[in-house]
Write a new protein. Sequence first.
Length: 208
Amino acid sequence: MTMFLTGIVGVIVVGFFIAFTNTFTADRAATDSSTTAALGMNDVTRVIRAGTEIPVENQVLNIPVFERAENERMIIHAFIDTSSADPRPVKIEYYVNAQRELVERRYEAIALARGYWSFSSTHQGDRVIARQLPTRQSGDPWLFTYLTATGGEFTIPAGNTLNETQRRSVAAVRVTMTVQADITARAEPVTLRSTVGIPNLGISRVGL
């Protein structure tokens, strides 16, 4: 009888231990996903918020804030991480690679005459800012959704980009960052969403 009771107690203890371990692992995976998503979201939103047009010599229209505006890729001009003594813009590209990582590339500004700028054709290296982005399923929101000043959404065919006229009309970007840090999927993916305006455009973002 003593051995029987001991066996029952052992089974109960093992069961509690397994349940605790699974719960701890799932909680840790959820925390890892949340942290990764938050860091990636912070990086992207601060750049979008610093987005700026680039003046062109002897032209009325500036180069738009966005050079490319796609569902999972963006190329944006911004004044960020620059020196106050020598402020200069930077061209930044965000894209999702084949490993479902969100990657940042930066292109250095080249000073032209009278305060105008061009950009290097060679980027300064890749930096992964978020890993384990799940493959998008039908109906899921895209990583980048581009909005008008009244809150309307631009529709972009898969693999395509907004044209120049549309890019000039973008007043804000809705960023939906979904991360699954645990490759075993013991915890659900974490999704963060933020709608980011572009103050440098001076557009009243009514309805956002």
